[in-house]
Design a protein around this ligand. Structure first.
Ligand SMILES: C[S@@+](CC[C@H](N)C(=O)[O-])C[C@H]1O[C@@H](n2cnc3c(N)ncnc32)[C@H](O)[C@@H]1O
Length: 490
């Protein structure tokens, strides 16, 4: 038996291993990660972080953000979180920053700060993250292209954020002095070459500032411009608003200030949808709504107004031991859902998964007359027409009570749950107040959907058997209306 010292190769291997171990040990350190999440779902996101990464997340005073510490070897896991939109690594947090009263003084402080911040760890994490993205891109076929809306379809409307985002502009070209330049451990030679190549190019950057609060003497574009100028001066990076390598984030909310480096280029909320519709729901919101129901093995979960299928798509990826049914009365919506599901299926196959298909079926149906047995569904999660882009406020007065009644019929008494999103709160509250025998309302989660204040209504099916409460019986007038509507459709 030979020991490592007995052969030249053995020595080399041992040295290489020691070196690799040293580098690995050195490159594992603790950092704070920040994540933007759908407002209202901060607790759900914190729960997911605890469950999947084992870290305790703090919820920022500034709604829609959570922070948690990780050791850098857990960085890949962070990208698998389903409830986060954007990720960043924190350079420095100020819980109670004193912004000076005059604009000149406040901006001058920000400029000075740029050279005093502890950038090294955050930039090291940024570099690790880049290698990770490159590897993932290659695994997915070497082309890290983002899914685009298909021809003739609407792109999703991004949620409106508070404050305005602005970038800096200056033009010196040089390498950042402190930037980590080591090669990727365990990377292929091709990967190393690419990293070396990257390291010789000057880094391009931009600063994005978001500001909330009315007590600041400066605007977010002024803060981004002056802070960005100082960052550029300090690192000798090149400013580029569109093709940047590093995005520095300056998040200001009242007297809280967080400086970070972005780890995601675009919001993760689009990750699973390729065929968009006029009101495609953010995947992160869909995930949060599903999580509120705590799906269990063998649960039957329906989205009876699935649109492009954001909810069932998210559901069948995460809860593979439940069964999902996606339905809509619009044929274009149904075909978009089918396309989205097929895309995920193909992605799984391309990734080498041998698992059988996704646990989901798609159906065209009218929610008010579901082709399902009474008491056969465990969970209903849906995003109802707000009456703005889909349907109308007027129609909702008929639609909502009919929906709630039919949902109560198919949902299991005693254990069934429904999580329903709508911005037409008045109509929903009125409809639910008349369904007390069938549904019990639990606390509502208030969310921001594309700038609209909406409610995620959480309902528990009472144990009343359908057909035995006054709510189950349609009034003769409602029956008449339903009949004339179906005649109109024909
Ligand atoms: C707000 S959109 C759902 C958007 C969806 N979450 C997505 O991600 O694309 C509401 C959907 O309800 C559907 N809808 C309206 N009335 C319906 C009914 N009676 N039965 C089934 N679907 C209905 C519409 O066609 C529309 O696709």
């Amino acid at each position: 038996m030979s020991t490592p010292n007995e052969s030249c190769d053995g020595n080399l291997n041992t040295d290489a291993n020691t070196l690799a171990n040293d580098r690995e040990r050195l490159s594992v350190f603790t950092v704070t990660i920040g994540a933007t999440v759908p407002t209202g779902f901060e607790h759900t996101a914190a729960e997911e972080v605890g469950e999947k990464i084992g870290a305790e997340a703090r919820i920022s005073k500034d709604r829609g953000r959570i922070y948690f510490e990780i050791s850098t070897d857990k960085l890949p896991m962070v990208h698998h979180l389903k409830s986060v939109d954007n990720l960043f690594v924190i350079v420095k947090e100020f819980e109670n920053y004193h912004f000076k009263d005059t604009k000149e003084e406040a901006l001058s402080d920000l400029m000075q700060l740029a050279s005093q911040l502890p950038w090294a760890d955050a930039l090291e994490v940024w570099r690790m993250n880049n290698s990770l993205k490159k590897r993932r891109g290659r695994r997915r076929g070497g082309n890290n292209t983002k899914p685009k809306p298909s021809k003739g379809e609407d792109a999703p409307v991004p949620a409106m954020d508070e404050g305005d985002a602005v970038v800096t502009t200056t033009e010196k070209v040089q390498r950042e002095p402190d930037a980590p330049q080591g090669k990727e451990e365990g990377g292929s030679s091709h990967e190393e070459e690419e990293l070396e190549d990257d390291a010789t190019k000057p880094l391009k950057f931009r600063v994005t500032c978001s500001r909330a609060g009315d007590k600041h003497s400066f605007a977010s574009n002024e803060a981004a411009r002056d802070f960005g100028g100082a960052v550029q001066e300090f690192f000798q990076w090149k400013a580029d608003m569109t093709k940047f390598d590093v995005e520095v984030l300056l998040n200001i909310a009242n007297n809280e200030m967080v400086i970070g480096v972005a780890l995601t280029e675009e919001s993760l909320h689009r990750r699973n949808i390729t065929h968009f519709g006029p009101t495609t729901l953010r995947s992160t919101l869909a995930y949060g709504m599903l999580r509120l129901c705590q799906p269990q093995v063998s649960d039957v979960i329906i989205d009876p107004m699935c649109g492009t299928g954001a909810i069932p798509v998210e559901g069948c990826i995460e809860w593979q031991h439940s069964f999902f049914v996606a339905g809509d009365n619009n044929d274009m919506a149904v075909s978009r859902t089918v396309n989205n599901i097929n895309h995920i299926q193909k992605r799984k196959q391309d990734g080498g998964s041998s698992a059988s298909g996704l646990p989901v079926d798609t159906v065209q149906w009218d929610l008010c007359h579901l082709p399902m047995r009474t008491s056969s569904v465990d969970i209903i999660v849906t995003d109802m027409p707000f009456g703005k882009r889909i349907g109308s406020r007027k129609k909702n007065w008929d639609l909502y009570p009919s929906c709630l009644r039919e949902m109560a019929r198919v949902c299991r008494p005693g254990t069934g749950k429904a999580v329903l999103l709508t911005q037409d709160k008045k109509c929903f509250q009125k409809a639910i107040s008349r369904m007390g025998g069938l549904w019990r309302k639990l606390p509502t989660v208030w969310v921001n959907v594309g700038g609209l204040h909406a409610g995620v209504f959480v309902l528990k099916r009472t144990s009343s058997v359908y057909g035995t409460t006054p709510e189950d019986v349609r009034s003769p007038q409602e029956d008449g209306e339903a009949q004339s509507k179906s005649r109109e459709k024909q």
